[in-house]
Design a protein around this ligand. Structure first.
Ligand code: NAP
Ligand code: MG
Length: 403
């Protein structure tokens, strides 16, 4: 059988610990035997980030801008414990944060559903994708504790030195707390465009919600920017695709989400997205089954798993012990990137390979072959726990029957 040929390279961002081990296994067992894999390789493993003073992270993001599609392995975000472990020159910043800032991207997280693992909300028969606006609000706040007798004001000075003032609160009766938040019109607009583009790409409805009835200027601005961009740039495309943009209040959205069957994208303000993505991920069962894609407003895609480097399993692996680490989300990062590459380069063979590899993965689990994390959750009677490599080999067996 001849291998599938690629035209343009994928940007490949390698990573750390157990996911780095899995990364190589996926390539060796499931990709390079079938595809003449063309990638531009960037080693984002912490050792190499430290060697390059983190330049490799910036280079990989620039390459992603150039080629349009990247696939990323999970990486360590260093904390104090990692300084001696890796003999670091600096506590390097989160690569995901750096890449997101360069691409001005929005992260979309989608669970992978399989038979035998019922979500905690059993009516969620289709995935709910969460899009989180990753800029501003409480994550870039300033806050103070204030003493009794203080008067807190919101003051804004324009470029000519004119001041606008609003009293926040008069603390004449006792001590208290205050907080200042901001967001930017351009960031909200980028978020809106990334959401609308992704909805078109996925052919799914998109929901957005804020608390605009209470926050008549701040949250209302989000609502207005979304609506203006939708009407001017997307309404016709949505009509043609048969999908919908739906705006409602955040409380109403939460109630509707719980009652829904899933199958849509839920765009959230920064804090809502932080909280709701944890709720949705937990409800669907396993972080190891959650995919993540960063989409820029101009249509650049970076695919990855939502989970981290699975450090605890890696330390077992280093001691020579057997691991049963779930590779599904990392595998789906590859299939997502390959399918997108195929779509952009008009390579139906590559797109179809990605579909079949996903089908083989889900099919393997639904046949009862799974890693330990899913084994604990699955209600299948014939379920069998396998190790990290055995799972990928079983997927390969199934893939061969589909090709
Ligand atoms: P984690 O790697 O997501 O793992 C947390 C726990 O979740 C694991 O110990 C494991 O539970 C379970 N788990 C996660 N993924 C799994 C998988 N594929 N298969 C089976 N079980 C899985 O989070 P962490 O331990 O908090 O973080 C480790 C490192 O990852 C940190 O250095 C952090 O900076 C980094 N991180 C990177 C990214 C990213 O690059 N996108 C995201 C998050 C964290 P059990 O141990 O109970 O089996
Ligand atoms: Mg959170």
């Amino acid at each position: 059988m001849s291998k599938i040929q690629m035209k343009t390279p994928l940007v490949e961002m390698d990573g750390d610990e157990m996911t780095r081990v899995i990364w190589q296994m996926i390539k060796d067992i499931l990709l390079t035997p079938y595809i003449d894999l063309k990638t531009e390789y960037y080693d984002l493993g912490l050792v190499h980030r430290n060697e390059t003073d983190d330049k490799v992270t910036f280079d990989s993001a620039e390459a992603t801008k150039k080629y349009g599609v990247a696939v990323k392995c999970a990486t360590i975000t260093p904390n104090a414990a990692r300084m001696p472990e890796y003999n670091l020159k600096e506590m390097w910043k989160s690569p995901n944060g750096t890449i997101r800032a360069i691409l001005d991207g929005t992260v979309f997280r989608t669970p992978i559903l399989v038979k035998g693992i019922t979500p905690y909300i059993p009516t969620w028969t289709q995935p709910i994708t969460i899009a989180r606006h990753a800029y501003g609000d409480v994550y870039k706040n300033v806050e103070m504790r204030v003493k009794k007798g203080s008067k807190a004001e919101l003051v804004c000075t324009d470029e000519n030195g004119n001041e606008s003032r609003e009293t926040i609160y008069d603390f004449s009766d006792g001590d208290g707390i205050i907080q200042g938040l901001h967001n930017r019109d351009d960031s909200i607009a980028s978020f809106a465009r990334a959401c609308f583009n992704y909805a078109l790409d996925m052919k799914k409805d998109i929901w957005f919600a804020t608390k605009d009835t209470i926050s008549k200027k701040y949250d209302h601005r989000f609502k207005d920017i979304f609506q203006e961009i939708f009407d001017a740039e997307y309404k016709e495309k949505f009509d043609a695709a048969g999908i919908e943009y739906f705006y409602t209040l955040i409380d109403d959205a939460v109630a509707r989400v719980i009652r829904s069957n899933g199958g849509y994208i839920w765009a959230c303000k920064n804090y809502d997205g932080d909280v709701m993505s944890d709720m949705v991920a937990t409800a669907y069962g396993s972080l190891a089954m959650m995919t993540s894609v960063l989409v820029s407003p101009d249509g650049i895609y970076e695919y990855e798993a939502a989970h981290g480097t699975v450090q605890r399993h890696y330390y077992k692996h280093l001691k020579g012990e057997e691991t049963s680490t779930n590779s599904v989300a990392t595998l789906f990062a590859w299939t997502g990137a390959l399918r997108k590459r195929g779509e952009l380069d008009d390579l139906p063979e590559l797109m179809s390979f990605a579909d079949k590899l996903e089908q083989a993965t889900i099919g393997t689990i639904e046949d009862g072959i799974m890693t330990g994390d899913l084994y604990l959750l699955s209600s299948l009677e014939n379920k069998k726990k396998v190790n990290t490599e055995e799972f990928l080999r079983a997927v390969d067996e199934k893939l061969k029957t589909l090709l």
